[in-house]
Design a binder for this molecule. Structure first.
Ligand code: 13P
Length: 253
């Protein structure tokens, strides 16, 4: 359904993994990217907040982009333990993940909270990577497309365009399990997401990247990334080691 080719995004979500020593993996990614054949794909690492500024520092001036894993909706104030989108930007990141299923589950984040966080990202000049995806029970009940549409409607603010927003479809049951949906199922959901984006945002919705996430690894990346309307991947465990992550990046080129 897409018109112009969309530059894929391969984003690594380190989740709550990585002490300072893990910066060596990011350094290896940074140092290898230039030899991989230009900038056909955008490559990003989203480390824990403790490493954000350091990673942004080492990535500066390189093709490696840096993102955070969450932000608060307010720009500043009495929110102990939270991080504003403006702080994420100030630390040197260009993007922030919002609405990851682990945040929805661990912190009770509802669609309307995710939407306000995505708005905060836009306010701060960050790209919001908005995560959606069904649980196993929802899939088994035949509710996948209903759930995905409901999450998109509730989680996306109005000003979505290809520069400020990315959608990540991450079936909850595929995260960290080694399971992935069939290629037909991925194509079906991504087509439904694209249709929703075009219906709501018009031409802008045509160019918004839709990532697949959930047990992406070197062995399955090429097949997944070749599917229609799969414009990249959000990678958890497969992003922690430079060797694996770079193999996934190569599959996108
Ligand atoms: P895994 O790649 O470890 O399944 O995690 C996916 C994910 O949740 C990325 O945000």
């Amino acid at each position: 359904m897409t018109n112009a080719p969309i530059r894929p995004l391969i984003a690594g979500n380190w989740k709550m993994n990585g002490l300072a020593a893990a910066l060596a993996e990011a350094t290896a990614v940074r140092d290898t990217l230039p030899s991989l054949g230009g900038n056909a794909a955008e490559v990003m690492i989203c480390p824990p907040a403790t490493l954000l500024a350091q990673l942004a520092g080492l990535a500066k001036g390189s093709p490696l982009a840096v993102g955070a894993q969450d932000c608060h909706w307010a720009a500043a104030g009495a929110h102990t333990g939270d991080i504003a989108a403006e702080m994420v930007k100030d630390a040197g990141a260009s993007a922030v993940i919002v609405g990851h299923s682990e945040r929805r589950a661990d912190h009770g984040e509802l669609d309307r909270i995710v939407r306000s966080k995505a708005s905060a990202a836009h306010r701060a000049g960050l790209t919001a990577i908005v995560c959606i995806g069904e649980t196993r029970g929802e899939r088994e009940a035949g509710l996948t497309l209903t759930v995905v549409r409901r999450q998109l409607a509730g989680s996306l603010p109005d000003a979505v365009d290809p520069t400020n927003s990315v959608i990540a479809y991450e079936p909850v049951w595929a995260i960290g399990t080694g399971l992935t949906p069939s290629t037909d199922d991925v194509v079906e959901v991504h087509a439904a997401i694209r249709a929703y984006l075009v219906e709501r945002f018009g031409a802008a919705g045509q160019g918004v990247r839709i990532l697949y996430g959930g047990s992406v690894k070197p062995a399955n990346a090429r097949e997944l990334l070749a599917l229609t309307d799969v414009n990249g991947a959000l990678v958890g465990g497969g992003s922690l080691r430079a060797e694996d992550f770079l193999a996934i990046v190569r599959a996108a080129l």
